[in-house]
Design a protein around this ligand. Structure first.
Ligand SMILES: Nc1ncnc2c1ncn2[C@@H]1O[C@H](COP(=O)(O)OP(=O)(O)OP(=O)(O)O)[C@@H](O)[C@H]1O
Ligand SMILES: [Mg+2]
Length: 389
């Protein structure tokens, strides 16, 4: 097995028609650890597939270095990089059985050619045995034993997806590269296959780079997540670090559903202690975080509050109600989700989304007192959009 290291990696495409340059991946630096499950996430067009294809060798890097294990692989052809890739639009050979679909790549790769086979009978037999063993192992792992004789058209979408994964597994690669492999599956099957993939990774321990634009998939699957935007790495960390300490507004808004509320505000002062003034309500941060705002007093900032950090006051134990951070708001719409209710609120000129306990007695059109958990509030520099606290 092997880790993957990207150093100052760039990809510039030249559009065939307009001759315009597209800088798809910009100066990407990343160390993917041996055995790690790393997720690349970001909106459409941010360069995820391009980055993955460069690791695979399907796209040549414009500049920078790619290492797999200790080996610089920039000039190593894809087939010699010891990686296996699973695409969104995997194509199984329709006329071949599942078994032959799994065996096809291995036969090409491992067996001597037809004429040599006649002279190297023993070796050929041994390799065929090895191929068979790999297929049986993978089929066992993926629970597709019973399907080996079927043709792809006799399989469900989820089963086909597993065969596609099986083709990657039988190669015993050092690194798996997966590009949105679950996006063809329906919602339920996706969640199920997601869990299966994680289990599989635990068992095989193969370094995996997994591309998705789905932030839930990223949060649930990644040991670490790389968030990209416009070809640039925004932040790389564990899911919870990204969630609790996003480096900038983009990461903050991208991860978490519903998205974080962003409110234009000013840093004001209460005695010697900075506070956030939105014009309609104020948020008092805990001492240490407030002090970090000293140099921003009088300046414009953006306050970030996740919907789940806004609570219904009547459902909060009185001892837990921070009186400084109670806000009277108006309820516009309530969306019951089961365990929680999403409440659309207005306070003065500000609109807010809150995810509150479904026990809430909030009524559309009526006022509601909410408590903002100021310890979980974020403040961003309005110009650079970088996190201040
Ligand atoms: N062969 C190419 N020629 C020119 N531009 C390209 C080429 N391939 C990709 N691009 C451009 O590079 C940028 C990154 O594309 P990429 O496919 O890596 O995005 P992505 O993050 O995988 O998006 P998606 O989530 O939609 O798959 C896009 O602006 C895309 O239009
Ligand atoms: Mg893509």
């Amino acid at each position: 097995m092997a880790g993957v290291e990207l150093r100052n990696l760039n990809k510039v495409f030249t559009d065939a028609q307009t001759k315009k340059e597209v800088h798809a991946v910009k100066n990407l630096n990343l160390e993917i650890r041996d055995g790690e499950f790393l997720v690349l996430v970001g909106p459409s067009g941010c360069g995820k597939t391009t980055a993955l294809r460069m690791i695979a060798g399907l796209e040549e890097a414009s500049s920078g270095e790619i290492r797999i294990g200790d080996r610089l692989v920039n000039d190593v052809p894809p087939r010699d990089r010891n990686i296996a890739m699973v695409f969104q639009n995997y194509a199984l050979y329709p006329h071949m059985s599942v078994y032959d679909n799994l065996a096809f790549g291995l036969r090409l790769r491992m067996l001597p050619n037809f004429f040599q086979q006649l002279t190297k009978m023993d070796e050929t037999r041994k390799i065929k045995g090895e191929i068979d063993q790999r297929i049986r192992e993978a089929a066992e792992l993926l629970d597709i034993n019973a399907l080996l004789d079927r043709k792809p058209k006799a399989l469900s979408g989820g089963q086909r997806q597993r065969v596609a994964l099986g083709r990657a597994i039988v190669r015993h690669p050092e690194v798996f590269l997966m590009d949105e492999p679950l996006s063809n599956l329906d919602a339920k099957l996706r969640v199920q296959t997601r869990a299966e993939l994680i289990k599989l990774h635990r068992r095989l321990g193969v370094t995996t780079v997994y591309v998705t634009h789905d932030q839930v998939e990223a949060m649930t699957m990644g040991q670490r997540i790389v968030v990209m935007k416009d070809g640039i790495l925004q932040q790389c960390d564990t899911p919870l670090k990204l969630y609790h300490t996003p480096a900038n507004m983009f990461v903050a808004g991208f991860l978490g559903t519903p998205s974080m509320n962003f409110i234009d505000a000013q840093v004001a002062k209460n005695g010697s202690r900075p506070l956030i003034d939105t014009g309609t309500f104020q948020v008092h941060l805990p001492e240490e975080r407030a002090q970090a705002l000293q140099e921003y007093v009088g300046k414009s900032v953006v306050l970030g509050i996740r919907p789940e950090d806004i609570h219904d006051k009547t459902l909060t134990p009185p001892s837990a109600v921070d009186k400084d951070n109670v806000v009277r708001a108006n309820v516009d719409v309530i969306e019951p989700m089961g365990a929680v209710s999403i409440v659309y609120l207005t306070s003065g000129s500000q609109t807010l989304l809150a995810s509150v306990d479904a026990e809430t007695k909030a009524k559309e059109g009526a006022p509601l007192d909410i408590v903002i958990d100021s310890a979980a509030a974020h403040v961003f520099n309005k110009e650079t959009e970088q996190a201040i606290v």
